[in-house]
Design a protein around this ligand. Structure first.
Ligand code: SF4
Length: 169
């Protein structure tokens, strides 16, 4: 029993190490747990927009802290051990839009889960990763046939395009 527990522990540590390594390779920061006071959060009324990238988005909140405008994205579920890449990229997009709108780069954004908050640094590497993803999306925009980008059957099950899609799992 002890041996089995040890094997699982080693496996868990290996998976954690591997995911951190992949994350570092992709230039995405992992986020750090922070305490935030939700009373100071200001609701965002209008979406932010950047005409250069044709990018628009509405963070749930914008918080002013030490002269910076910090975007906050609220997720209704419980926090994963580390924020998902998709959540990090969404927050990065809000950081980018805040930078363009207010003329000042936010040093980080906040992911607010039901039980925990993460601060995700808006690093030059994260900004570059975001711009790469947007460029890739723009390239795909004009293609008539784009391959599925995931192996997640549950995602296909809940997808509104499922009945028209020839790549549904
Ligand atoms: S059904 Fe098609 S469009 Fe929808 S998630 Fe699956 S692969 Fe993507």
């Amino acid at each position: 029993m002890l041996l089995l527990a040890l094997v699982f522990l080693i496996l868990a540590l290996f998976l954690f190490w591997q995911s951190s390594r992949q994350r570092r390779a992709a230039g995405l920061p992992s986020g750090r747990i922070v305490y935030t006071d939700t009373r100071a959060w200001g609701k965002v009324e209008k979406p932010l927009y950047d005409p250069d990238l044709r990018l628009t988005g509405k963070p749930d909140y914008l918080v002013e802290r030490n002269g910076h405008i910090i975007p906050v994205e609220v997720k209704s579920g419980r926090a994963p051990r580390a924020p998902y890449d998709s959540h990090i990229l969404q927050l990065a997009a809000y950081c980018y839009l805040a930078e363009k709108t207010f003329g000042k780069r936010p040093p980080y954004g906040i992911l607010h889960y039901a039980n925990r908050d993460f601060a995700v640094d808006y690093t030059p590497a994260l900004r570059a990763a975001l711009l790469d993803v947007i460029a890739e999306m723009r390239r795909d925009e004009h293609r008539t046939n784009v391959d599925r980008s995931h192996e997640d059957a549950r995602r296909c099950l809940g997808c509104g395009f499922r009945h028209h899609c020839d790549q549904a799992i």
